[in-house]
Design a protein around this ligand. Structure first.
Ligand SMILES: Cc1cc2nc3c(=O)[nH]c(=O)nc-3n(C[C@H](O)[C@H](O)[C@H](O)COP(=O)(O)OP(=O)(O)OC[C@H]3O[C@@H](n4cnc5c(N)ncnc54)[C@H](O)[C@@H]3O)c2cc1C
Length: 321
């Protein structure tokens, strides 16, 4: 049961969600002795392969092809399809990123093999693996049993596994050549979507104070700013706050914003919609303040305070000072 993990380039470093996909593969390998191959390609293939070489893997394949220097779903799908056809993989793992959503369905259609997208967990038994994904806006969970025969393309939701659990090791890099007929690359792309577009880099923050629609209006953001300052943290928000123009888009956390995993994430007046939660559920400690005791954010919070942010936050700031 061999596994291929495809690495995504995040400005010369392995994308955090690809590292999480490696953790998933390592979990299977430790139980079922599967072999793990990772694939590095694109303009920064060398840097990605070098970074991967410090993890416990069986092999790193590095494709050097100028046809893949700029991302295109046709180019990526063609390259990965060739690797899959040459070797005997049971699973191909990806992080569920925007790129993956773009090109993996193409591989799935070409190979006529299923793409099990956006899984949040898996259970491993001898021979086959069951993957679980959320459906109906995360109200239901679907367990998908894979069969013994055939290949499966599988992606994992952000923070389904923690990159803190990566097993270190020393892995060899193998350079491989593939042929890409550039006339088959029919699509051209603009600059990639930037999860962190502006000056606010939330991905490396240890403490984040995040505001939701519950903050009421732009002028009230100042209390969240003061709390972030008192804690030495960064300010972020849910999407309605950005849509209302109260904070710039680079503050947004969630499926169409940044993915964060700080030591402390304080959610102020955020309900906990799935599109927000996917961007912050990897936080080590989640503290939620919300006046609705039924708010879904409390399902994932380590500490929950049912109450009004305008009463609680000033008291928090006062005691921190
Ligand atoms: C394709 C798509 C992509 C999306 N991407 C994102 C994304 O990246 N990020 C994102 O955040 N959302 C995203 N959304 C929107 C998402 O579905 C939710 O609408 C959004 O997350 C809700 O934000 P919220 O929790 O701030 O607001 P609400 O859901 O309106 O919640 C406000 C909360 O504040 C509480 N509250 C009100 N007043 C107070 C008070 N005084 N004290 C305490 N609590 C109070 C309320 O009880 C409520 O729970 C996306 C949606 C779609 C369709």
């Amino acid at each position: 049961m061999n596994i291929l993990v495809v690495l995504e380039d995040n400005n010369g470093a392995i994308h955090r969600m690809s590292l999480e996909a490696i953790v998933a593969a390592q979990k299977i390998s430790s139980k079922l002795k599967s072999e793990i191959t990772v694939l590095a390609m694109g303009r920064n293939a060398e840097a990605l392969a070098l970074e991967a070489s410090k993890y416990e893997l069986n092999e790193i394949l590095k494709i050097n092809s100028s046809s893949l220097y700029s991302y295109s779903s046709d180019g990526y799908a063609t390259a990965i399809e060739q690797i899959i056809l040459e070797q005997d993989f049971k699973y191909v793992f990806f992080g569920h990123t925007y790129q993956v959503r773009d090109y993996v369905p193409k591989i799935s259609a070409k190979l006529m093999r299923p793409f099990l997208a956006d899984n949040i967990k898996m259970s491993i038994s001898s021979g086959s693996i069951e993957f679980t994904k959320q459906t109906f806006n995360a109200k239901l969970l679907a367990d998908i049993q894979t069969s013994d025969s055939g290949l499966y393309l599988v992606s994992f939701q952000s923070a389904s596994f923690s990159s803190d659990n990566l097993k270190p090791g020393y892995s060899k890099i193998k350079k491989i050549d593939i042929t890409i007929d550039e006339t088959q690359i029919k699509n051209t792309y603009d600059e990639p979507f930037q999860e962190s577009a502006g000056g606010v880099d939330l991905t490396s923050a240890d403490i984040i104070v995040s505001v939701g629609r519950g903050i009421g209006e732009a002028d009230n953001i100042s209390i969240a700013k003061d709390l972030a300052l008192a804690l030495g943290g960064q300010l972020s928000s849910s999407r309605p706050v950005v849509d209302a123009g109260w904070l710039s888009p680079d503050h947004q956390v969630g499926s169409s914003g940044q993915s964060v995993s700080p030591k402390l994430y304080l959610a102020l007046g955020i309900s906990g919609a799935i599109q927000h939660v996917v961007g912050m559920k990897g936080s080590k400690n989640i503290v939620a303040i919300n006046k609705d005791p039924e708010a879904p954010i409390f399902e994932i919070a380590n500490y929950g305070i049912v109450g009004d942010i305008f009463e609680i936050v000033p008291k928090l700031i006062e005691s921190l000072k």
